[in-house]
Write a protein that binds this ligand. Sequence first.
Ligand code: G6P
Length: 371
Amino acid sequence: ASVEKGDYPYFMLKEIAEQPQAVADTLAGSLVDGRVSLPGLGLSEQCIRELTSVVVIACGSSYHAGLIAQQAIERWTDLPVHVEVASEFRYREPKLRSTTLVVAVSQSGESMDTLMALRHAQQAGATVVSICNTRGSSMARESHGVLYTEAGTEIGVAATKTFLTQVAAGYLLALHLAGVRGGQTTDGLIEVAEALADIPRAARQLLATVPQLRALAASLADRDAVLFLGRQLGYPVAMEGALKLKELAYLHAEAFAAGELKHGPIALIEDGLPVVVVMPSASQQPLLHEKMMSNIQEVRARGAVTVVIAEQGDESVDACADAVVRMPTTHFMLAPLLASIPLQILTCELALARGCDVDQPRNLAKSVTVE
Ligand code: G6P
């Protein structure tokens, strides 16, 4: 079926706006009354109990979704998780066994790098599942089980709704593994699941940040570079923000784990350099929040223009931010599902302000089927 832009001038804007529904559709059926069940995954409870490790393979935005899944699985289960760029995976002879769960994350299910990594894992005898948006794709066919994201067709070359639904699917997988293995975690997993079910509502509120981010984009359109800072779950969010900005606005954009700033990247800070900061939750992660506050002060003292993504009610950031973008409060483990949205909107607006084609960026393909 052909997909139309409707009232939107660009597919990217439309697909950003479709995200609350896409996440709701991805959760529907798998998440009922705080319980997760994933029959399509094709893994018996015994198989899940016998797992000894998890390896996630993916490229591009899907890799960033994998980094978020890693933190959720490691926090909620006893399994060690390793995430690797798919194009690097098979060349270093990774050690895999039947109790290794290999998770291929790919919206298309056809990225050659990920497919070859998946085949390598299959041949090595690992248990292979994929998180995929395309039914009948090569990866879906060649995995033991599939967790489908329900983003629908995405036309914009740079992933938006497929990325966000992969992140949602990663949480479902983590909660499922934790449920079967009897997770040992300080998080109440029923509460996490309830918070997850509430994400579509909260995500919808973030669509109202468009006018604010459009004005901000206009003021930053002439810059040559943008840095992104995050910690813990905010780090992959920052990485995805930087990738999007490279892809669509052709800006030099780099993400750093904020704690690493002082070990080198701080030398890059100069007057007027925009630094986008993904703030941890002030109410739930006070120690991390405090560290991030001092990181913001460090870059601001050196002339950076700071754009801070912070939860509602976190007024402490006002004093050190040139712009604050507010997001609804959620369980801190799920914040990437919200914090990613203003970064996508900022990128889209910045690309448009710079005269770029957000749906068809130069040199990029929607799905890369060569290695
Ligand atoms: C291409 C796209 C990216 C995407 C990556 C992985 O490079 O431009 O937006 O994240 O492929 O695609 P996949 O289909 O494997 O998720």
